[in-house]
Design a protein around this ligand. Structure first.
Ligand code: C5P
Length: 417
């Protein structure tokens, strides 16, 4: 997919003011090599790190920086500048630039083109690890994600300021790959590592179930449910980001496989159970799938035919409860087992009961009643319940929930078992 997409692509690159700006010069070269055209806008802070001339030489176009530059405004206005692009890329995206984007400010050319655009924006954050971890930046990132802004990185590692952790801008090749993914219309980019989670699950095996199950009626019909798999896939991705070896057992969903996870595609609950059993042992099991409670006792081998006045009756039998089976004490029980509870009433009471019935360590309860966004939506509001009590999390994106849950999982695993 990659080369042909980039060969015709017009990228508007906004360079923010950070030490990683030098890598953006390399990014321009890589994009040009693959045939993309690159227009560059630099913030004034960026010009402290790299010169407009370097960017212009590499891009083959004048670098733009001033909102009220008469010549540029005469030749190409800022609206046209952002509209002419196929994708806007911000690299490095500093804490300040991200916050200005989230607030919708337009006080220089960079923020103005970012606000004036009707195209997608991909950002490559780069900042000190503490700035990245600060609640203000967390809010900024969550808001930008809600606005549909795509993220690549940051990576964890040694930083120019001498500290270690997430905050390093992704490498040019990683940004190029993310640009290709974004141009392909795919929003599933490698997840931004959760704060403090980088490496937190290193050496651990995590099994995640995700999506619905389809219980066959005949070769073409099935009983299913509305689960999108967004939450389970986000958990798998966040666990990968935290360094875990991840096996994702996915029911039928319209989502791409998370990069770097082993994905086992299944249809029915019986197939899901077999895949989970096959994937064990694991350090943790997260049952985010909406497994059908029942299946048709004997699915027809041929398509059921319609005949006037006749209605087939379906006899249902109970499916195995995968979560309950995995939670059973025994040598193969993962140290931490997390279940989900989708309830339409008495959320906490029902979830507490489920925690006991299933024998798992943690239940993430969400309200799936009318007017909620749990099924198919990008955000959710959950209550996390363990034997000690219930903790209500504020409404956040499923990606944020996944990252927070992975942090919780890592801290549970770190406790002496
Ligand atoms: O019992 P209920 O379906 O409400 O429980 C939900 C939790 O149990 C989810 O974590 C789901 O993944 C898991 N489950 C399962 N196997 C089933 C039914 C539910 O693993 N047959």
């Amino acid at each position: 997919m990659a080369t042909n997409l980039l060969s015709a692509a017009r990228i508007l690159l906004v360079i923010g003011g950070g030490i990683a700006a030098y890598k953006s010069l390399e990014l321009i070269r890589r994009l040009r090599e693959r045939g993309a055209s690159v227009s560059v806008v630099m913030t004034s802070a960026a010009q402290e790190f790299v010169t407009p001339l370097s960017a212009a030489t590499l891009s083959g176009e004048p670098t733009r920086d001033a909102l009220f530059s008469l010549t540029d405004e005469a030749q190409i206005g800022h609206i046209e500048l952002s509209r002419a692009a196929d994708l806007l890329v911000v690299a490095p995206a500093t804490a300040n630039l991200l916050a200005r984007m989230a607030a919708g400010l337009a006080d220089d050319l960079a923020t103005t083109v970012l606000l004036a655009t009707d195209k997608r924006t991909l950002v490559a954050p780069a900042m000190n690890v503490r700035m990245w971890a600060h609640p203000a930046t967390r809010r900024t990132v969550a808001r930008l994600r809600e606005d549909g802004v795509l993220f690549v990185g940051p990576n964890a590692g040694a930083m120019a300021c001498g500290e270690f952790g997430p905050g390093r801008m992704s490498e040019p090749e990683e940004i190029v790959a993310a640009i290709e993914t974004a141009l392909a219309g795919d929003t599933k980019l490698p997840s931004t590592p959760a704060i403090g989670a980088a490496g937190a699950l290193a050496g651990r095996h995590v099994i995640v179930t995700s999506g619905p199950t389809y219980e066959p009626i005949d070769p073409v019909r099935f009983l299913g449910n509305r689960s999108s798999g967004l939450q389970g896939h986000a958990i798998a991705q966040a666990a990968v980001g935290a360094g875990a070896r991840v096996t994702l057992v996915s029911g039928p969903v319209a989502l791409p496989d998370p990069p770097s996870a082993t994905v086992l595609h299944v249809g029915s609950a019986l197939e899901m159970r077999a895949a989970v059993t096959e994937a064990l042992p694991a350090d943790a099991f997260v049952a985010a799938a909406a497994v059908a409670d029942w299946r048709v006792e004997s699915a027809a081998a041929q398509k059921l035919k319609k005949s006037p006045g006749e209605f087939p009756s379906l006899r249902l039998v109970e499916n195995p409860d995968i979560l309950k089976e995995v939670s059973k004490k025994g040598p193969l029980r993962p140290a931490i087992v997390i279940g989900f509870a989708a309830e339409t009433e008495s959320l906490v009471e029902n979830a507490e009961k489920k925690l006991r019935d299933k024998g798992c360590d943690l239940i993430v309860a969400n309200n799936v009643g009318a007017g909620t966004s749990a099924f198919g939506g990008l955000t959710n509001q959950v209550v996390v319940i363990d034997e000690k009590g219930a903790e209500s999390w504020p409404s956040m994106t499923k990606v944020e929930i996944a990252e927070r849950l992975v942090l919780r999982l890592a801290s549970e695993l770190a406790k002496p078992q």
